[in-house]
Design a protein around this ligand. Structure first.
Ligand code: GUN
Length: 293
């Protein structure tokens, strides 16, 4: 079997065109959804992510406040900055790009964001609500994965999903979202991680495999059941002198071989990536709508 390629760019564009209409409707009522973006330091991947997030806001008619702070920014200065954004009525969503420099405590920062403006869904209040199946801002990458599955016609209800990776940003939240007794969920979920002696033993039983391990070739063809759906969340830079940038992007899955066995697969780039930003826009618009009442 050769897999159907799930085109994340196309699915993302279709959601963004729905969102563009919503922004236009809100503007008629005098509401302009606004995102406050904060980047501390100069991590090249982070610069590229936040630039894409800001551009995406402008493309659909939203407002963004773009803030680049030096790597020497103190925790107190960052907390003060967040407090200002918490109070700013033009800002409906606050995004502090991760990772933060080592001298800043990530947990303290994420907890300082007003949960009602936490469009990344990383605040403990939103994480708790999500786990309990209550309405909450859902973290963007896992939410994008679920939307990608649902909009590609993948049956999640009753499926066995194996998640590889247990990060707070992807693995844990996507597993929690898919096990809820809800629409686009109700799956049997297994989570594998660095403490799992034989990850293939579990992935071979999966109808859907979601890989967010942060390491190329974590999942190979021998680890996949014929006809499984494979979602690759990995974004790894590997040196490539034939590219202008000196590197190319690969996922966590051995794509060329796995695509011969899977029924559907996401490429890297062009799979999950475009969905992450789209769900960030979705959450910020939702926040603007909620604030407006
Ligand atoms: N770093 C990697 N992914 C993310 C994300 O989804 N949000 C933020 N804020 N930082 C990230």
């Amino acid at each position: 079997m050769t897999a159907r390629i799930i085109d994340g760019k196309q699915v993302a564009e279709s959601i963004r065109s729905e969102l563009t209409k919503e922004v236009a409707e809100l503007k008629k009522k005098g509401i302009i959804p606004g995102l406050g973006v904060i980047l501390v330091g100069e991590n090249p991947a982070s610069i590229s992510y936040v630039t894409a997030k800001e551009k995406a806001c402008h493309d659909i008619g939203m407002f963004s406040s773009d803030n680049r702070l030096p790597a020497t920014t103190t925790q107190k200065e960052l907390l003060d900055f967040i407090e200002k954004m918490n109070k700013d009525p033009k800002i409906n969503g606050i995004l502090v790009q991760l990772p933060l420099p080592k001298h800043i405590n990530e947990k303290d920062i994420l907890t300082a964001i007003n949960p009602d403006k936490d469009v990344d869904g990383f605040h403990p209040v939103n994480v708790g609500k999500m786990v309990m199946g209550e309405k909450a801002y859902l973290p963007c990458t896992p939410h994008g994965v679920v939307q990608l599955l649902a909009r590609s016609g993948v049956k999640i209800d009753g499926a066995h999903v194996v998640v590889v990776g247990r990060s707070n940003i992807v693995g844990k939240p996507v597993a929690n979202m898919l096990l809820q007794k809800a629409k686009n969920a109700n799956a049997t979920v297994t989570i594998c991680h660095t403490g799992t002696p034989d990850i293939g033993y579990f992935t071979r039983q999966a109808d859907i495999v979601i890989v967010a391990a942060g390491r190329p070739n974590t999942v190979t063809a021998d680890m996949i059941k014929e006809g499984a759906v494979v979602i690759d969340v990995g974004v790894n830079r590997v040196p490539d002198s034939t590219k202008k940038a000196g590197f190319r992007l690969v996922g966590d899955v051995d794509y060329d071989n796995v695509k011969e066995k899977a029924s559907m697969i996401t490429p890297v780039p062009g799979g999950v990536g475009p969905m992450t930003i789209t769900m960030l826009l979705f959450n910020t618009i939702e926040s603007a709508r909620t604030t407006a009442g």
